[in-house]
Design a protein around this ligand. Structure first.
Ligand code: GDP
Length: 542
């Protein structure tokens, strides 16, 4: 089966995961430039970034919405699924991790592994996402490829295997040594479009030889044939090295390590080659599991365009041109326009009038989309993030997306009576887009309470209400949601002052906690429990 000459084996659904500021946006933008989707390279913080959908993302320099963008490289289709880097958007990250098959982890060559890179890495571990690592910003003062490599090994417990070495660093960063092909790539123009392939310069020969041996040594661990050749001191072919690297990466045994400078346009084409060479196609991932809603039996679906339609809605976004679209990953079967599908989560039927492939620069109408692809569907009124779309005759509900309970709430009210209608409209639209954003009415006070994943999350919501819906609002102080392990303050350290809002509505109770002097946060575990307040806390909140 093919789609514009692309078969399933040539699809890569990938995400770029990184600590904020590591260069994820710049790297994504360069990928779109080299794959021909955008024609001008712009400074991301000057408002030219194409991946960032929303104005405030540009202003804040963070990416909130995870949109999927399709591009092509060497006869492969790459669906780039944007993953937000900020911890407040963990839910967004989890959503995108559900639907991607592989990831590029971007590190800053100076900062290396930072706490947030660790969070993102652990999430990739949790979803068993094969990955390659890109050490970006090799041009910056203090860049050190090998330091980052050690940090990935020590802090993340991974097995990074350099498949490249930088030629020079900081201002003198001039090119890359490819340890698979054993050749050097020098960039001779500012845009990085002119790459000279050459022999490894004399000054780097010994080092390259040493790291090539290490590469073969690492691969001997995952491939018996290479192990034998290694023990016999025989040469291992380039093809064999690539094959073992692919196997080791897909089976999570190693992480190929690359380097470059997105800003200076160095290393992006080689990164794209590595995405194709080492990251899995939809045929390389385990089959997806779900439950037949009628019988309760487990159902397993493979990546098969001829099989029963099985798709996951992973993101609802209001597209500025098309309106509400549902980003969907198709796992099995083929979706055609005009088809009627079952939303097995809600039990309602939906008609698919249009199917869109979202490119950085345009929205392309397509007639059909098959297993392994990611598309956007306009006009699905009753479908929300996490819903399963399937063939009515063979229903399946895919294992639910882990939608966490909100952790922070605040009261919100319109600044004037005239704003009330706009506020309600805005809140309805935003909670539709984002399942971690909730709206409730506090029965005691009659106030509207909004809840989300963190202060920044709610700040952005309030910002969007002002900008996109033109509502002038007043907000109260954020309140931390009750979690199981909020450390009960010891005598004299601080106290719970009152219980407020949301009780019963979402199975959690919001407590206001008086902060300790000189203490800005509260310690709690990562688990939120619903239900009633444990008895031991009751005296504290009464
Ligand atoms: P994100 O937060 O991970 O999306 O990071 P951005 O792509 O927005 O980059 C953060 C900052 O680092 C911006 O000022 C970029 O211009 C800069 N930057 C990105 N890549 C490089 C690079 O390769 N070298 C240098 N020197 N700066 C870079």
């Amino acid at each position: 089966m093919s789609d514009g000459g692309i078969d399933i084996r040539s699809i890569r659904n990938i995400g770029i995961a990184a600590h904020i500021d590591a260069g994820k946006t710049t790297t994504s933008e360069r990928i779109l430039f080299y794959t021909g989707k955008i024609h001008k390279i712009g400074e991301v913080h000057e408002g030219a970034a194409t991946m960032d959908f929303m104005e405030q993302e540009r202003e804040r320099g963070i990416t909130i919405s995870s949109a999927a963008t399709t591009c092509y490289w060497k006869n492969h289709m790459i669906n780039l699924i944007d993953t937000p880097g900020h911890v407040d958007f963990t839910m967004e990250v989890e959503r995108s991790l559900r639907v991607l098959d592989g990831a590029v982890a971007v590190f800053c060559a100076v900062g290396g592994v930072e706490p947030q890179s660790e969070t993102v890495w652990r999430q990739l571990d949790k979803y068993k996402v094969p990955r390659i690592a890109f050490v970006n910003k090799m041009d910056r003062v203090g860049a050190n490829f090998f330091d980052v490599m050690s940090q990935i090994e020590e802090r993340l417990g991974a097995t990074p295997v350099p498949i490249q070495l930088p030629m020079g660093c900081e201002e003198a960063f001039a090119g890359i040594i490819d340890l698979v092909e054993m050749r050097a790539i020098e960039y001779t123009d500012e845009l990085g479009t002119r790459m000279e392939l050459e022999e490894i310069p004399q000054a780097y020969v010994d080092e390259a030889q040493k790291w090539r041996e290490r590469l073969v040594e690492s691969l001997a661990e995952v491939d018996d044939e290479i192990m034998e050749a290694y023990l016999d001191g025989k040469e291992v072919s380039r093809e064999k090295i690539k094959e073992a690297l692919r196997f080791g990466t897909i089976n999570l045994k190693l992480v190929p390590l690359l380097c470059g400078s997105a800003l200076k346009n160095k290393g992006i084409q080689l990164l794209l080659d590595a995405v194709i060479d080492y990251l899995p196609s939809p045929l390389d991932i385990p089959p997806i599991k779900g439950v037949n809603p009628l019988t309760g039996e487990e159902v397993v679906r493979h990546t098969d365009p001829e099989g029963p339609l099985t798709a996951l809605a992973f993101k609802v976004l209001v597209d500025p041109y098309v309106g509400r679209v549902v980003y969907t990953r198709i796992y099995c079967g083929t979706l055609h326009t005009g088809m009627s599908v079952l939303n097995a989560t809600t039990g309602r039927k939906e008609r698919v009038g249009r199917i869109l492939r979202i490119h950085a620069n345009k929205r392309e109408d397509i007639d059909s989309a098959f297993a392994g692809t990611i598309i956007a569907i306009p006009g699905l009124k009753g479908t929300r993030t996490g819903d399963t779309l399937c063939d009515e005759k063979e229903p399946i509900v895919l294992e639910g997306m882990n939608i966490p309970e909100p952790v922070i709430s605040l009261a919100i009210e319109p600044a004037s009576k005239a704003d009330q209608v706009k506020l309600s409209k805005g809140l309805a639209a935003l909670s539709e887009e984002d399942p971690t954003f909730r709206v409730a009415i506090d029965h005691e006070t009659g106030q509207t309470i909004i809840s989300g994943m963190g202060e920044l999350h709610l700040e952005i919501i309030v910002d969007r209400l002002r900008r996109e819906f033109g509502v002038d609002v007043r907000v109260g102080k954020p309140q931390v949601a009750y979690r199981e392990a909020i450390k009960k303050p010891a005598k004299g350290e601080g106290k719970f002052i009152r219980q407020s809002g949301g009780r019963g509505q979402y199975g959690h109770v919001v407590l206001e906690v008086e902060p300790l002097p000189g203490h800005s946060g509260y310690e709690f575990e990562d688990k939120i429990v619903g239900g009633v307040i444990p008895k031991e806390f009751i005296p504290a909140v009464q």
